[in-house]
Design a protein around this ligand. Sequence first.
Ligand SMILES: NC(=O)c1ccc[n+]([C@@H]2O[C@H](COP(=O)([O-])OP(=O)(O)OC[C@H]3O[C@@H](n4cnc5c(N)ncnc54)[C@H](OP(=O)(O)O)[C@@H]3O)[C@@H](O)[C@H]2O)c1
Length: 255
Amino acid sequence: MAQALLFPLIESGLLAEPSVRAVVASDASAQRLCQQRPGLAVGVDAAAAWSCEAVLLAVKPQQLEALAASAPAPTGQEPPLLISVLAGVTVARLQRLFPGWRIVRAVPNTPCLVRAGLTGLAWGEGVSAPQQAWVQQLFAQVGEVLLLPESQLDAFLALTSSGPAFVALVAEALADGAVAAGLPRLQAHHLAQRTLAGTAALLQEQQLHPAQLKDMVSSPGGTTIAGLRALESGGVRAALIEAVLAAAERSRQLG
Ligand SMILES: NC(=O)c1ccc[n+]([C@@H]2O[C@H](COP(=O)([O-])OP(=O)(O)OC[C@H]3O[C@@H](n4cnc5c(N)ncnc54)[C@H](OP(=O)(O)O)[C@@H]3O)[C@@H](O)[C@H]2O)c1
């Protein structure tokens, strides 16, 4: 996730590569990163990050406590920024773990990799207006940015961060269906992906409610309504609702 955010920021020129310090845990990851971006300063010592004006924290939630223990209290006049993308970890907990830092809780998603992302942001205490503007500008490089009450971030994550996996599963299943109906595998995957992308574009560009689009495609006694009937008897709608609820609940547990 750190790479998905950082690389576009460097490529857009918003961050100068020489001003960035990348820290990972293992030598193997450091080596891989050096090969990928020879101009980037990469290391395994977190001290290199703690002295920066802003830190993007993108470890797993389970790795947070050990890492926080290595962070010194900031000494400069302007408190540094800690931008956390950790699923579920609240601003209050980050403020306890990193006293003296200004906290931003960010929920980005993997389509940020292709600059089609969504990021939800919630501010901790004392994040100044220029810091807020800078953080919004950073995440705007990789997609749309939304300012949300922190209480909504778990639901936001469940839909937007876990959602790509749910949609990918739907794409895979649709392709399996097309193979079962006689199409070659590669073509089925291509067509499933184009169908999802085209549907998303149509919903967005014509500002359609999903039910309107469904009804537009379903002629009486036709093929689509036959398929929709199979989806309803398979409980697909309920399963997707439960998937988003389960992801939101898991986000709260991780925090
Ligand atoms: N994936 C998503 O769609 C998504 C969306 C929103 C938020 N998030 C959040 O983003 C975070 C990262 O997820 P991810 O999938 O990118 O995880 P990941 O691939 O495991 O990346 C975690 C990185 O943290 C490094 N790290 C671990 N402990 C460290 C330490 N003590 N010092 C320095 N570096 C350390 C790891 O280094 P090594 O490579 O050397 O192990 C690794 O590079 C998670 O908290 C997740 O909840 C993810």
